[in-house]
Each structure stands twice: as C-alpha cells, then as structure tokens.
Design a protein around this ligand. Structure first.
Ligand code: A2P
Length: 343
C-alpha cells in the first residue's frame, strides 16, 4: 500500500528534512502535499526529479490525506490538527503541543514503539534533546535501571528554525567585520530580550518557567523522559544554545540501581538499535556535531564510569537534531506504524 501524505511546515528547517527522509527511508507515498503559510503558497520545491507546489495550510487541507507530518509550531498544530483528525488523517506531530496529553503516545520507535497501538489519530514526536538521550540510554536503563539523569545540552541554532541559522551566519559576519552583532531571534523569538549567539553560549533555550526556575526546554527533558520510559525517573537538565549550526550534543550523567559494569555498558551500547558507539579515546575518536550532519543515528562516546560512585556513568551523546531529533524520528514513527499494521 502507498499513502497520501502531507507535510505541514514544509518550508521550515525540519519540514525540508521531512521531505528528504520520506524519500531516503522509503516511506511508501502515493502523493505528497506540502503545506506552509500563505507567504509560501505557490513556491515550487524540487526534490529528486519531483516538483511540489507549496499550498497554504487551511482547515480543508486534509481531505483525502492519510498521514500528515507536522512541524509548523505548536499553535498551528493546536489550531489545525483537529480538522485533520476529523478528516481521518493520522498525524505525527513534531511540536510540543500534544506531547504530555495522556491520549497521545510520545514515541521514539526503538524505545517505546509499543505505545503507538493506543493512538487516537495523533502521535507526538518528543523534543529533540529528549529523543537522543532516551535512545542512547534505553538499553542501559533496561539492564542497570537508571534512577537519575543529570544532563547539560549544547544545542545548535537550527533548533530555533531557519531564523536561528540565519542569525548565526549574519552575526558571525558582523563580528568578523568589526561590528556589533545584532540579535533578533535567540535565545527565544517570543521572549523579551535577545542576545548574540555568535562566539557565545546562551544558557536559555525556550522561555522560563518562573515558578521553578527551569526553562520549558529543560522541563521537556524532565517530563518527556518520564513518559517515554514509563517510570518516575529523576531528571535534572541545563539546556544551553551554542554557536553550532546543526547537531545537538549532550553531557549525560546517570545514576543506576545496579552497579556499573563498564564492559557490559560497551556491549549494550554496541547493540543498541539506532545508536552508534563512537568511542576510542586512544585515537581521539568521539562524536562531534559536525561529523554527523544529515545522519539519522545517535552517536555515543566518552563513556566512562564515575570515579567516586560505583553506580554512575558519564557519556557524551550527539545527534543531528533535525534528523533523529525531528524529521527522521517522525518518519520512522510512520514506518513503525506500517510495520505494526496501524496505518
Ligand atoms: P513559511 O515558510 O510559509 O513561513 P522554521 O521553524 O524553520 O522557521 O519553519 C516553520 C514552518 O512553519 C515553515 O514551513 C512555515 O511556513 C510554517 N508556518 C509558520 N506559520 C504558519 C502558518 N500560520 N500556517 C502554516 N504554516 C506556517
């Protein structure tokens, strides 16, 4: 069977990768409809000999569409997805809007693909930072039983969309030209102040929760990890934007119920689906964001047992967040649903 597919937010940083992933990972499509705002209507997108004309997203865009991949922002999903569900379309949503809804499975296929069977027309794709962390930790959790995670992220500007990338390019040139860099988007387009990302690190991704002093991005890691692992795992996150164009890195520290057996850790990481163990310190082999642009795997290195705590381990986790953290995971959810007979 082939499917009538739509991509919502098709002109964005993630939407473009969604189109690429549909082709690259052979999602069986009969047709692909590209949807974006009125600004983009009529634009022609060419891919592998196909020409697609971008259409404006409306309430009526989903007649006859069987599967839609969404990445146009939470408010767009909130407003338009009910029409898609009503039209009988299965929706795989990359925005944060429905993620914590108890009726919506939050899925990383190799970790909790089983949760897909309970879907009611909407499946949420977790936050990019959560996806790569839980994918890297899944087999370790099964074996060692993780009790607590402490994570710091080093997040690329493309997480803030096309505008984030343009801002890093432009500000870098402004600094090189001896000018003051002008900040318009980061750390968060909808917050009051903006700071330069060129030659800088910004310890704010998304807006603050003024009640608990964490950012929304940090709370996504806290809450989504519990939902995906389906247990009350403790998570403490610090999310930082760094001047990297593409690919998120994470320093992850875990505390486990069972004591760490480092040989077993390496064996488990070597056999984790979706994960590449990339760790050979004698030869300075460790993952770096620029090594894996456009790649769909989660790369793990710098794996080492804690020096003082027998029940703790550190690792460095890198993934292209537009791919594994967004577009690839979404398309992989669709493929998993086909495999499970759910589409
Ligand atoms: P457009 O390019 O027409 O603005 P990014 O996160 O990379 O900035 O991409 C956001 C995506 O969401 C783009 O494809 C953008 O389309 C789309 N989008 C933004 N606002 C709307 C809207 N009101 N209706 C439909 N699509 C939208």
């Amino acid at each position: 069977k082939t499917y009538k597919v739509a991509i919502v937010g098709a002109t964005g940083a993630v939407g473009r990768e969604m189109l690429r992933c549909i082709f690259q990972f052979h999602f069986p499509f009969e047709s692909i409809k590209l949807l974006a705002s009125a600004r983009s209507a009529g634009k022609v997108v060419e891919y592998e000999g196909h020409e697609f004309v971008v259409e404006e997203l409306t309430e009526n865009s989903f007649e006859g569409i069987e599967v839609a991949f969404w990445s146009a922002g939470g408010s767009i999903s909130e407003k338009y997805m009910p029409y898609a569900v009503k039209a009988g379309c299965v929706n795989i949503d990359n925005t944060s809007h429905f993620r914590m809804d108890p009726d919506v499975p939050l899925v990383v296929p190799e970790v909790n693909g089983y949760a897909l069977k309970d879907h009611k027309g909407i499946i949420a794709n977790p936050n990019c930072t959560t996806i790569q962390m839980v994918s890297a930790l899944n087999r370790l959790d099964e074996y060692f039983d993780i009790e607590r995670i402490i994570v710091s992220t080093y997040q690329a500007v493309s997480g803030a969309g096309v505008a984030g990338m343009e801002e890093l390019y432009r500000q870098s040139q402004e600094v090189l030209d001896g000018k003051e860099p002008v900040a318009k988007t980061l750390p968060c387009a909808s917050d009051k102040k903006h700071f330069p990302i060129a030659f800088n690190c910004i310890p704010q991704v998304d807006k603050f929760d003024l009640d608990n002093h964490f950012t929304k991005e940090e709370m996504k890691m806290v809450n989504e990890t519990k939902k995906i692992f389906n247990k009350d795992i403790k998570v403490n996150a610090t999310c930082v934007r760094v001047p990297v164009l593409r690919g998120h890195s994470e320093s992850v520290y875990i505390e486990t119920k069972k004591p760490i057996d480092i040989d077993k850790v390496f064996e488990l990481l070597s056999n984790s689906p979706g994960v590449e163990l990339y760790d050979d310190i004698e030869n300075q082999v460790y993952p770096m964001a620029t090594l894996f642009i456009g790649d769909e795997l989660v790369h793990v290195g710098r794996v080492r047992k804690d020096l003082d705590n027998d029940h703790a381990l550190s690792l460095w986790v890198v993934a292209d967040q537009l791919m594994k953290g967004a577009a690839y995971n979404s398309v992989d959810i669709g493929l998993k649903m086909i495999e499970l007979g759910l589409l």
